[in-house]
Write a protein that binds this ligand. Structure first.
Ligand code: GTB
Length: 215
């Protein structure tokens, strides 16, 4: 069966490739796997039918023979485990590539999201003005450490892997992207990733869908 990926019918990011289906689309393009789309509105997300696929009523999901998966990282890992090209065969390097997938979503992304929440949802709170420098310092600490690791490397662990897909999708979030000019190593890493044909394909596909929906 051709896998089905659920995505926003009209993505609120208006084609910037920031919604969580981007990592899944990118991974599928890297391994040359076709897919179909299940287009969902915000209302569709909260139906019992969709919550049976995704318990939290979100996108993306991934449906293939006998399996319905949720969580973009879990989906990318499954794609990498069932196709060649996104995880090395050497067990130690493979384990470290998977560790980088977790580092992206559990070490780097939380400090990015914390800052985004402060700016987008708590801007009117009296404490936000004082908190922002602290949140930015925490984010910069993570970016400093990541830049130090990537210095002299093209990819996180040997060849390009699923770890890079997850990390680059996190670094493309606005709160991180706005700081990347201060981190030439990270800016080059994101640019190198975005130049990959598979990224270009996935980006163009989600943008075309968004343009068609938003006009
Ligand atoms: N941990 C889950 C995963 O990785 O799959 C998170 C999934 C998720 O947050 N999905 C969002 C959703 O369905 C869409 S991507 N939201 C509807 C809801 O919760 O009701 C959200 C998103 C938008 C913009 C950015 N950005 O600008 O960086 C990042 C993520």
């Amino acid at each position: 069966m051709t896998p089905i990926v659920s995505v926003f019918a009209a993505s609120p990011d208006r084609g910037r490739g920031l919604a969580r289906d981007m990592a899944v689309r990118w991974a599928l393009a890297e391994v040359g796997q076709d897919h179909e789309l299940r287009l969902l509105s915000f209302a569709d997300l909260k139906t019992a039918e969709h919550k049976a696929r995704q318990p939290f009523g979100q996108i993306p999901t991934y449906e293939t023979d006998g399996l319905t998966l949720f969580e973009s990282g879990g989906i990318v890992l499954h794609i990498a485990e069932t196709h060649s090209g996104l995880l090395p065969t050497n067990p130690a390097v493979r384990a470290r590539s998977i560790a980088w997938m977790f580092a992206a979503v559990s070490t780097i992304e939380p400090v990015i999201v914390e800052r985004e929440v402060a700016v987008l949802l708590e801007a009117d709170k009296p404490w936000t003005h004082e908190r922002l420098p602290m949140l930015e310092a925490r984010l910069r600490q993570r970016l400093d450490d990541l830049a130090a690791w990537l210095s002299g490397r093209d990819w996180l662990e040997g060849d390009f892997s699923a770890g890079d897909i997850m990390m680059v999708c996190v670094l493309r979030r606005p709160a991180s992207a706005m700081l990347l000019s201060d981190y030439p190593v990270l800016a080059a890493y994101v640019a190198r990733s975005e130049a990959r044909p598979a990224f270009q394909t996935a980006f163009a596909d989600q943008k075309a869908r968004s343009d068609a929906a938003h006009g």
